[in-house]
Design a protein. Structure first.
Length: 490
């Protein structure tokens, strides 16, 4: 009896429950990595080709030809990919999946997959024989790390190498979930509430699906979480070299992973300016205050000028910009576009005809609207104060700032492409906003908690977290077994 009681007490410890959440996320990610067919992830074939290109020998002693004709999105064999990727796509019947959402691939009647033995013979070279290769240009840090795995297992079949890289993404996602817990705990949530919020984040469908693919966003999302955590510590403990260095490093890694990471430099400088301003504004010497404000404005201006080189319309006239912005807003800020972003953000895959899939986003919107009402009470109503079980305002303002900064960055990039293509080529799909998933969930439940407190029902807050965990868990299981497996295997 004593040992049983001791075991039960151990199982209730926060670090044990956190461990279960992390292990559960990792195993779920491995399962998703296995059930999603090869090359089926978002731009996954291009990301893997980039890794293979970086893994090629420096001395290319093979003939490189120029490909004529357009690439057919329904046929990977027409892409400027490595020979191994193109031939493996043919062998695995990948084109059947790309051609029609109702198609399925051919299956084997044994434990050995269709053409698996031929693929394992490594008959094709993992080299790009076509110039220019279809790869991700610019920042390639994630791909460079992936190339180390590709080289280390170069003697193995592409099936081994490809799925190991998927599992590498799952590992990065597991660390991201860990930082979600650290962030929740650091801003003032209790251990129990932090664990429940972490579980909700770990079961967010699109987050789970995205981290089962080869994609540079796996590292970008992690760096946003790392930056958010050390941003919170900087607000809590003040400016010091350790926190500043970690903020700078996470921003740099994010930028070297994907240009979207440049947003973190803007947030970092803004945070430093705001924290220093709290000290400087009490400074009696007017010259010191003037110098501080000048340096602050110059720093922000230099960063924005540097980022402007990635914006296509920077050299346009004021009237041309105004006209372009008006056209962009009229086409992008519509209910249809918002609904599309919401569906892709939450991972509501439209592969089946389901009443649940049609209306689940409406339920989420209702929850978020209620949360916004609670946030108004929390941030702008000074009479009630803030309940002890919720974060202080300064942390929520920082999290909201992170969300707004990413939104502005993505919308600006979308507008920039719109001015060239004259259409919504990027379209701001929901996956672009996943870097701030942790901040989003924390803000939503902070608003709900304040709403419960306002109506003297604060005991409902923990229940809402429990219900949220159960619903998110159920949502993910429904998508895995009733949508993903149904789509590809039934």
């Amino acid at each position: 009896m004593f040992n049983l009681r001791k075991s039960l007490n151990f199982c209730q410890k926060p670090f044990f429950i956190l461990g279960l959440i992390l292990v559960g996320f990792f195993l779920k990610g491995v399962l998703l990595s296995a059930i999603f067919p090869i090359f089926d992830g978002q731009d996954e074939s291009r990301h893997y080709n980039t890794i293979q290109y970086l893994s090629e020998p420096k001395e290319k002693n093979w003939t490189v030809a120029t490909q004529n004709g357009k690439q057919n999105k329904n046929n990977l064999a027409t892409y400027r990919y490595s020979e191994e990727i193109k031939q493996t796509a043919i062998a695995t019947d990948n084109d059947a999946l790309r051609g029609d959402i109702f198609n399925t691939i051919d299956f084997s009647n044994s434990s050995v997959g269709e053409n698996e033995q031929m693929i394992n013979q490594r008959l094709w070279k993992p080299y790009n024989f076509i110039s220019p290769p279809d790869i991700v240009f610019g920042t390639q840090l994630y791909h460079s790390i992936g190339s180390l795995i590709e080289k280390a297992f170069s003697r193995q079949s592409i099936l081994v190498r490809f799925y190991l890289l998927r599992i590498f993404s799952v590992f990065l996602g597991t660390i991201t979930v860990l930082f979600a817990y650290l962030i929740a705990k650091s801003i003032g949530f209790s251990e129990k509430h932090s664990l429940l919020i972490t579980a909700i984040i770990s079961f967010q469908p699109k987050f789970s699906f995205y981290y089962s693919n080869i994609n540079y966003d796996a590292l970008l999302i992690l760096m946003f979480s790392v930056f958010t955590y050390f941003g919170i510590l900087t607000i809590k403990k003040g400016l010091n070299w350790k926190n500043l260095a970690l903020l700078a490093v996470s921003s740099l890694i994010a930028f070297l992973t994907k240009k979207t990471g440049a947003i973190l430099f803007v947030v970092m400088i803004s945070l430093i300016i705001l924290l220093l301003n709290e000290r400087i504004k009490h400074q009696k010497n007017k010259n010191i205050r003037t110098a501080f404000y000048f340096i602050s404005a110059a720093s922000l201006a230099l960063v924005l000028i540097y980022l402007s080189k990635y914006v296509a319309f920077f050299n346009e006239s004021f009237f041309a910009l105004t006209d372009s912005l008006g056209n962009y807003l009229s086409k992008s800020l519509t209910m249809g576009r918002f609904a599309l972003s919401a569906r892709t953000y939450w991972g509501t895959l439209s592969w089946v005809n389901s009443w649940f899939m049609d209306y689940v986003i409406n339920f989420i919107w209702i929850v978020e609207i209620l949360s916004v009402i609670g946030l108004v009470f929390l941030l702008f109503n000074k009479k009630e104060g803030i309940p002890k079980f919720l974060p202080e305002k300064k942390y929520l303002f920082f999290l909201i700032g992170m969300i707004v900064a990413l939104q502005l960055g993505i919308r600006t990039a979308d507008w920039s492409v719109f001015t060239i293509a004259e259409k919504l080529s990027l379209g701001a799909p929901g996956r672009y906003f996943l870097p701030n998933l942790t901040a989003h969930i924390l803000v939503v439940f902070s608003g709900l908690g304040m709403l419960f407190f306002h109506f003297k029902k604060e005991h409902y807050f923990e229940k809402s977290l429990l219900i949220g965990t159960i619903l998110m868990f159920s949502f993910t299981l429904y998508l895995i077994f009733n949508v993903v497996i149904f789509r590809f295997y039934l």
